[in-house]
Design a protein. Structure first.
Length: 723
């Protein structure tokens, strides 16, 4: 399992070029995995990736395209978010399409992927190669619709939009053991899954939300034959595009972790030194914390000043605590796996004297324990050695310098100096070797990029060389992540990207204007081109300082040399009254590098002078219906009278249209236009053979003109079938 961390590794800027480039960022891949031996169509969600981006998947057995391209972004608005929650920052990643091929003999587990462009490299995220057959959620808006699956299965889904609940059903036999386990956090997902299992009669059998030490999981024995359901939602009722999960459901015996051949296995009772089992170094200690409060004791003969390592090597629900004590019972060292960032938590211990030491193994949380809470603890001599950790990427602007910090982890009494060296540098980028003094635990590699270097990217091999026990030893740097809270210690090479500084920016005057919901807000901006003369494009930024709450805007094309532009922003007709809407823009243009190749770069800002700020007032155009819920039958025609109310500023004809969710079928209506001054119109809805699924309201939308600008109004209508 990939563990979270807060690693103190960062790329340090020594001399930055002038510019306001927005680095790219990857938010999710969906589905987040696939069964080996299959091809998987995925959506990559990212920010500031523009229309296409370079793509990379590391590791054998997974083949991915070298480039991903923009596709239609799936978006569900979800429930209205009230103040103050709506004032929180929000991301709006755009979707990119790709297909990943997984070899039939691909090793199970994670592969790391990332993107890059002329503005930087995205942090890597995992893609999981699985063993079971897999299904991918067909995402729809509205109330959840149960989806049947066959066991065993790995389900790929998203909790999206907010308050979404996914419901999956499966058949089980009486007495059959069922295991359900969710993966979200270890995918980089913000989802905190809540699992709930219901029996065929709809009775709750169990629920689980996981915790700091493990993802959510449930095991149960089916009390009767029938169709069971498992619900998955976010514990805080959240949900967005990046709330991805993998839910594995399997049937069979209630398997428990077993010790490997050659392991020493505990024998109860062993809760005290008098009943502890003796072990030598090296050895592997195996056992279980059978019940809440259980304690396993082992005795080890150790030599003075000869360090040993205790490493937890078994994935299980156990939050292992390893405590080392001397003959008097004094605690000398302790490993608490809940505070470790490693996939296999380890403890280094140097005995202060020769003798017998007591090793206690327990569960971190007092109320936890059971047959599945197994451990496998390897005890081995610790030789003098070192490890290196570096950031996953380094972006360096043309003609600048940048530093990359490398952490040195010393073990087994290793105190010698070492030399850091970088292989794989592209032409135009240099980095001198760095000498790390004895006992020092970090150093900075200084990269220099020449002014005539084109945009290029390469994989770096950062190595440390040192004398260990009379021999020259070389160690390659492992992944150390400063921002995303997992992945430290993975074998992910640093990707260097030569980037372009964004020369242009825009500015505006502070303004806040009363705008009726459903109306249009316009604002003018001045462009500081910074020497750039080409065309530009303005659009909504991929990252916003506040939730947009349905605010939309198109792409405004700005001609070459132009120094001003105006941007129109459309407010939805259902927007929260009294809200102050704040929207951020981004400006995009193409630069040519030293090789003459064009690359897109962008500028965005969250400063309030550049925001489009609307004080939302009541709409100037409103609709009302006689009935908000109507019973319907297939193959019929439904006439809906619509009352139109408008302020004096809305004198235009009004066009009415039906907006049906994209997943609904056999429901349509031709648009109708009410003449100027008319106070009503009738919309006719045609229902086909199988209208639906009717799991959410349809929307009747009205469009008119107010002072030369479009004004809209909406009214929901719910259709339902009689039993």
């Amino acid at each position: 399992m990939v563990r979270r961390l807060l690693a103190a590794v960062a790329a340090c800027l020594l001399a930055a070029g002038v510019g306001w480039a927005e680095p790219p960022h990857a938010s999710y891949i969906f589905p987040a995995g696939g069964q080996r031996g299959t091809n998987v169509s995925v959506r990559v969600g990212g920010h500031f990736l523009h229309e296409r981006a370079n793509f990379e998947m590391l590791g054998a057995g997974a083949t991915a395209p070298a480039e991903i391209r923009r596709t239609e972004t799936i978006w569900f608005e979800g429930p209205l978010i009230k103040i103050p929650a709506s004032q929180a920052a929000e991301d709006y990643p755009q979707d990119f399409a790709a297909e990943i091929s997984l070899a039939a003999d691909a090793k199970l587990g994670s592969r790391w992927w990332r993107c890059w462009n002329a503005q930087g490299v995205t942090p890597p995220l995992p893609f999981i190669v699985g063993e079971f057959p897999e299904v991918v959620e067909e995402e729809i808006d509205g109330a959840p619709l149960p989806v049947a699956v066959s066991l065993p299965v790995t389900i790929n889904g998203r909790v999206f939009p907010r308050e979404d609940v996914d419901v999956w059903t499966f058949e089980a036999n009486a007495g059959q053991a069922i295991a359900c386990s969710a993966m979200a956090r270890d995918l980089g997902s913000p989802l905190v899954p809540k699992l709930a299992v219901y029996d065929p009669a709809g009775k709750l059998l169990g629920e689980n939300t996981g915790g700091a030490w493990a993802e959510a999981s449930l095991r149960f024995v089916a009390p009767q034959a029938g169709r069971y359901s498992i619900h998955i939602a976010d514990v805080a009722s959240g949900g967005l595009q990046n709330y991805v999960y993998r839910l594995t459901v399997s049937a069979g015996s209630n398997t428990r972790p077993e010790a490997a051949a050659g392991d020493l296995v505990e024998a109860e009772p062993n809760e005290a030194p008098a009943t502890a089992k003796a072990a030598n170094v090296p050895s592997v200690l195996g056992g279980r914390i059978q019940s809440a409060g259980d304690l396993d004791c082992w005795l080890l003969e150790l030599k003075k000043d000869q360090p040993v390592t205790f490493e937890s090597q078994l994935a299980s629900p156990l939050a292992i605590v390893v405590t080392v004590k001397d003959a008097s019972g004094k605690q000398l060292a302790q490993l608490d796996s809940t505070t470790s960032n490693a996939a296999n938590p380890a403890l280094s211990f140097t005995p202060p004297a020769a003798g017998t030491y007591l090793v206690e193994i327990s569960e971190r949380f007092a109320r936890r324990g059971g047959p599945e809470f197994a451990y496998r603890l390897a005890v081995a001599p610790q030789a003098a050695d070192f490890r290196l950790y570096a950031a996953d990427s380094l972006a360096i602007d043309v003609g600048t310098e940048k530093a990359l910090e490398v952490l040195v982890e010393r073990s087994g009494g290793f105190k010698s100096p070492l030399t850091l060296h970088v292989d794989g540098l592209p032409q135009g980028v240099t980095c001198a070797d760095v000498q790390v003094p004895p006992n020092s635990n970090k150093a900075a590699l200084k990269f220099q990029c020449a002014k005539d270097t084109p945009v290029v990217s390469s994989l770096l091999k950062i190595v440390g060389r040192a004398d260990v026990g009379g021999q020259t030893v070389e160690r390659a740097a492992l992944l150390g992540r400063p921002k995303d809270d997992f992945g430290r210690g993975e074998d992910v090479p640093t990707r260097l990207a030569v980037t372009l500084s964004t020369p242009f920016k825009f500015s505006g005057q502070f303004s806040q204007i009363y705008i009726p919901r459903g109306g249009v807000l316009k604002k003018r901006y001045t462009i500081d081109r910074g020497g750039f003369s080409g065309p530009l494009a303005a659009r909504l930024a991929d990252r916003q300082g506040r939730h947009l709450q349905g605010v939309t805007g198109g792409v405004v094309q700005i001609p070459a040399e132009a120094t001003e532009f105006e941007y129109p922003l459309h407010l939805p007709p259902w927007m929260d009254l009294g809200r102050t809407s704040r929207t951020n823009l981004m400006l995009t243009g193409e630069l040519k590098d030293a090789a003459g190749t064009a690359h897109k770069v962008c500028f965005t800002t969250k400063e309030q002078n550049e925001q489009l700020i609307a004080l939302v007032t009541a709409s100037a155009l409103r609709l009302s219906l006689d009935r908000s819920a109507i019973a319907v039958q297939p193959n019929t025609e439904l006439k809906i009278p619509v009352a139109i109310k408008r302020d004096g500023a809305v004198q235009s004809p009004i066009t009415l249209e039906l907006v049906a969710p994209r997943h609904m079928r056999d429901i349509s209506a031709a648009a109708v236009t009410a003449p100027a001054g008319a106070s009503s119109a009738t919309l006719t809805i045609q229902l086909g053979q199988s209208p639906g699924p009717l799991n959410m309201p349809l929307v009747i939308r009205a469009r008119g003109q107010r002072q030369g600008e479009t004004i809209t109004a909406e009214e929901p209508v719910e259709l339902f079938r009689l039993p």
